[in-house]
Design a protein around this ligand. Structure first.
Ligand code: SF4
Length: 298
């Protein structure tokens, strides 16, 4: 199986706060957000064999020193891939002192530093089969699993959540869930209804859900963010078993090649967060995630 592949960040502490996550980016996205944070992944083709990506994930997670028990488990998990070569080459062993040391070292590497795998993009659900298989691989490596999605494929989201392979969904809500606001944020018509459906799919399921809104100077405005928070508050009572953990306001930064702009200040974002908390009658945890501005003293 081939995957339209974007790349891998071996270790991120940003994508899943509190976790040391490997982030795998899948290429391609049906939306055209004007401030796309990964515009180089919006389009294009780079077809890579799933087996090669899987091998790289295992090597990055475990530190390749030969096949550990975890790698054997991972190999078994992806062995269903048609026509793939074995992930782990057969190893000849001999009862020497050196091999005992290698085994001891390998056992130490069985405690990986990375403890989660996040699929991002692009839009991972553009490639639902590849997403499922990568999550299955992550499970075999005992990693927690997170999915970053724009919410434009509610049916596919429901299907992958039904497999039980996803621990956490990071759902982007880029503007008030109505047109034409949403069209301005994502560059395509009639996406707000799909995002709302995805939100309800996430709330209905038992997956832990984090809603993220990236704040740029022109949008979403404070009142738009408060309407998103109000909608979350109302839907939480419709789906009382939901596991909506928080709403995160992310500070939008100019991307490479984009005309520079001053990001919304942290003070302003804190005020926006307070407005969101009030709009949810204090029922919603709202977090601000901003890049600190460092002033160096000479
Ligand atoms: S949804 Fe994400 S990847 Fe797709 S265009 Fe928007 S910012 Fe870019």
């Amino acid at each position: 199986m081939k995957v339209n592949f974007g790349g891998i960040i071996p270790l991120s502490t940003v994508d899943w706060p509190g976790r040391a996550a490997m982030v795998v980016f899948l290429r391609g996205c049906p939306l055209h957000c004007p401030h796309c944070h990964n515009s180089q992944l919006q389009t294009g083709e780079r077809q890579v064999a799933l087996h090669d990506i899987s091998s790289r994930i295992v090597s990055e997670v475990k530190g390749f020193r030969g096949p550990s028990r975890a790698m054997v488990r991972a190999d078994a998990a992806i062995s269903a891939l048609p026509g793939r070569p074995p992930l782990i080459a057969p190893v000849r062993s001999s009862p020497t002192r050196q091999i005992e040391l290698d085994e001891a070292s390998q056992r130490a590497s069985d405690k990986p530093f990375v403890d989660a795998l996040v699929l991002s993009g692009g839009e991972p659900l553009l490639q639902p089969e590849a997403s499922s298989r990568l999550f299955r691989l992550a499970r075999s490596l005992h990693l927690s699993t997170g999915l970053e999605t724009s919410g434009c494929f509610p049916d596919r989201l429901g299907a992958i959540l039904a497999t039980g392979l996803v621990d956490r969904v990071f759902l982007d809500i880029k503007a008030d869930l109505q047109e034409p606001d949403y069209e301005m944020a994502v560059g395509r018509e009639n996406i707000s209804v799909l995002v709302r459906q995805s939100l309800e799919v996430g709330l209905k399921s038992e997956v832990t859900l984090e809603v993220r809104s990236t704040v740029f100077p022109e949008m979403p405005s404070s009142s738009q963010l408060e309407r998103i928070a109000g909608a979350l508050f109302r839907l939480k009572s419709v789906y009382p078993n939901n596991r909506l953990e928080r709403m995160t306001l992310q500070q939008g930064q100019p991307r490479n090649g984009e005309a520079p702009f001053d990001p919304v200040s942290v003070d302003m974002m804190q005020k926006m967060a307070e407005g969101c908390r009030a709009a949810s009658h204090g029922q919603l945890e709202v977090r601000v995630h901003a890049t600190p501005k460092i002033t160096w003293e000479n």
